[in-house]
Design a protein around this ligand. Structure first.
Ligand SMILES: [Zn+2]
Ligand SMILES: [Zn+2]
Length: 348
């Protein structure tokens, strides 16, 4: 069968290649791949920046934002042929650490976890794949065209859970949220914010294209002014930073009102330095009892809450986030930088 594969840390090695048919082990589903989402992580792996092939192999099957349809399921597993499913990305480290031992593999302390399509396990960008029933999440059939958005949704479902947990350290009734960045993560974060009943504002530098209307159709407000201006007027209770742009990140740290929670979700590369007033930032965070947290990845709880959020969303709105649908054989075109779109997916 065909699969999108790469030799990790070898730029230019990305290719659609023939790989062996997967054979489901005991307790595993055999799944027909429908689509995978492509994100910055995939582009970084394709560029040779990181990634790990499975032990003893040269090539890694890429793809961690999965969507497939069950072809065969073990008896009594609760899954049946035809079910729409998504595979969980991360697996706990074999030791395991205290967090992994408690199912919180998204919070792994020793970094020895593995990840499908990223770290030591094949991903989902293949015509067929297998997944352990314990790491498969069933989706509502109505999500057939957009279910590959579940994995990025789990990332923001976790971010909102973390914000809520941090907020609960004292009285917390947030009203206003600011999301910086209207890419897939920012838009899905805004969607959940609206579902939670908050007044949501989304900030992005792009004044046109599909983003402003997508935000408006959520019932949220779109801004293109600098973070400091927008935040100064709004005094948001919550900021979710989803650009990973250094200046925006820095501005987001002090963008909240009193007792604000800022959640950083963007992964940046090191080495770019900015000059800033550390004293003013420290003073702001201390005097307002602010909290700044980082959040990455997701565990099974977030897959369930993410699936719930997607099933409550307007599927036609979700479908507009997916601006580029590329057949597997043309996968290379999904990796050539900015198309002006929002989310690119590969159709399997
Ligand atoms: Zn991703
Ligand atoms: Zn661990």
């Amino acid at each position: 069968m065909r699969a999108l594969t790469v030799v990790p840390r070898s730029p230019g090695s990305l290719a659609v290649t023939d790989v062996d048919e997967p054979v489901p082990a005991d307790g595993e589903l055999l799944v027909d791949g429908l689509a995978v989402g492509v994100c910055g992580t995939d582009r970084e792996i394709a560029a040779g920046e990181y990634g790990w092939a499975p032990p003893g192999r040269e090539r890694l099957v890429l793809g961690h934002e999965s969507l497939g349809r069950v072809r065969s399921a073990p008896d009594g597993s609760g899954f049946a042929p035809g079910d729409l499913v998504v595979g969980v990305v991360r697996r706990p480290d074999p030791e395991p650490c205290g967090a992994c031992a408690r199912g919180q593999f998204d919070m792994c302390r020793n970094g020895e976890y593995t990840e499908r399509g990223i770290k030591s396990i094949d991903g989902f960008a293949s015509e067929r794949w297998t997944v352990e029933t314990d790491y498969a999440v069933r989706l509502d059939p109505s999500l057939e065209d957009v279910g590959m958005l579940l994995e990025p949704t789990t990332v923001v479902a976790k971010a909102w859970e973390q914000i809520e947990l941090v907020g609960q350290r004292a009285w917390f009734e947030p009203k206003v949220a600011l999301v910086t960045g209207a890419g897939p993560i920012g838009l899905l974060a805004a969607m959940i914010g609206v579902q939670r009943g908050l007044e949501v504002h989304v900030l992005d530098r792009v004044p046109d294209g599909p983003k402003p209307q997508l935000v408006a159709d959520l019932g949220a407000e779109y801004h293109t002014e600098p973070v400091a201006n927008v935040a100064g007027a709004l005094r948001p209770d919550i900021v979710i930073e989803a650009t990973g742009a250094n200046q925006v990140v820095l501005d987001a740290l002090s963008a909240t009102g009193s007792y604000g929670v800022t959640c950083l979700t963007g992964v940046t590369s090191a080495g770019r330095r900015l000059e800033f007033d550390a004293g003013a930032l420290n003073r702001e965070i201390v005097l307002e009892n602010d909290a700044v947290i980082g959040s990455v990845n997701a565990n099974l709880t977030h897959y369930r809450t993410g699936a719930e959020s997607l099933s409550r969303a307007d599927t036609s709105w979700l479908a507009r986030i997916v601006t580029d649908r590329v057949p597997l054989e043309d996968a290379a075109t999904a990796f050539v930088g900015d198309t002006g779109g929002i989310k690119t997916i590969l159709e399997l």
